[in-house]
Design a protein around this ligand. Structure first.
Ligand code: ADP
Ligand code: MG
Length: 316
């Protein structure tokens, strides 16, 4: 196994893919969507259910110097709520796993949990179990969240069609430096409202940044996309004193926005972006193409987008 790791698994996505291949032989009755989407989807007698898990690790995702204990607990649940939102689902039950350094003050731990419980209460999520461990290492918190898919079916990452409009909720960029990533409001209600207002073909939440996450809407179908530079709603948290290029870089690559990225028939895009019944702005930022390429367009010039930005000079 270690040889395989060394030779073939360059990054996180390759590792996940390898795990996916390994686990395919295990039977999974009732499973309709497994590894690869924002949540798993499986059938129960109550209807289609959703399941997701996310872990925050001290030093990697937060430090106790830069976040309050309540914010850490809140975010551990919020990132999972965002994945349920990305399926247009309703969150229901959570399990909480805590691994804390033996030296950590119990009061800090209680404050972490109270931050989580406050958000759980807001979103009607019941805490139904978990696990508590101590360690000589760093603090980590993991939340498993279950939910119900909408009756019409969960919105998957796959399903985009050539010519579809690519749309995003809210505004993007600057989430980490501003601290917005600790206080964001998961788009659970917004996702449902958008799916009621339009026929959404595919959806995910933006955690790594649009430049990286948009690939998940394309990969499985060999689709491409063109993103219009001037259409990108750059968040007010991105400093205005930065150059145009730097601001664009923040919007596309900062990540941790936890906004929804989704595709609809192009005919629906204008109406949706003017729909005042939605509690969040939605903006068309581009179009799905059949080129297999991911491009950024400014006027007449285009440049390939990669995970860290774009390849050639673009914009002014
Ligand atoms: P997200 O950013 O939406 O939380 P991730 O990028 O973390 O999604 O994961 C992508 C997909 O891979 C998800 O379907 C997730 O469930 C799956 N996944 C990630 N890590 C593992 C793992 N260690 N074992 C099995 N599946 C995994
Ligand atoms: Mg997600």
């Amino acid at each position: 196994m270690s040889d395989l790791f060394a030779d073939e698994l360059g990054d996180e996505f390759a590792l996940i893919d390898w795990i996916h291949q390994c686990s395919k032989t295990i039977s999974a009755p009732g499973l309709s969507t497994g590894i690869g989407d924002d949540t798993a989807v499986f059938q129960s007698t109550a209807g289609a259910m959703l399941a997701t898990v996310d872990t925050l690790v001290e030093g990697t995702h937060f430090t106790f110097e830069s976040a309050t204990p309540e914010q850490i607990g809140r975010k551990a649940l919020a990132v999972n709520l965002s994945d349920i939102a990305a399926m247009a689902g309703t969150p229901t039950y959570a399990l909480l796993s805590l691994t804390s350094p033996r030296t950590l003050d119990q009061n800090i731990l209680k404050r972490v949990v109270s931050g989580l419980v406050e958000l759980a209460t807001e979103f009607n999520v019941a805490l139904i179990g978990g696990d508590t461990n101590s360690t000589d290492g760093l603090f980590s918190i993991s939340v498993t969240l279950l939910g119900m898919a909408p009756k019409s079916g969960a919105i998957l990452r796959t399903g985009s069609q050539v010519g579809d409009a690519i749309m995003v909720t809210g505004a993007i960029g600057g989430s980490l430096p501003s601290g917005r990533h600790l206080n964001f409001s998961p788009r659970v209600a917004e996702a449902k409202a958008i799916c009621t207002a339009a026929n959404v073909h595919a959806m995910l939440d933006v955690s790594d940044g649009i430049a990286s996450d948009i690939r998940h809407l394309l990969q499985s179908q060999k689709l491409g996309a063109i993103i219009d530079v001037d259409a990108i709603p750059i968040h007010a948290d991105v400093p205005t004193e930065l150059s145009t290029q730097e601001r664009l870089q923040c919007a596309l690559c900062d990540g941790e926005d936890f906004e929804l990225l989704f595709t609809v028939d192009a005919k629906e895009a204008d109406r949706l972006s003017r729909d005042e019944t939605l509690s969040v702005n939605v903006t068309r930022i581009g179009t799905i193409t059949d080129s297999g390429e991911l491009l950024l367009r400014s006027g007449d010039s285009t440049s390939p987008i990669n995970n860290t930005g774009w390849s050639h000079p673009i914009g002014d």
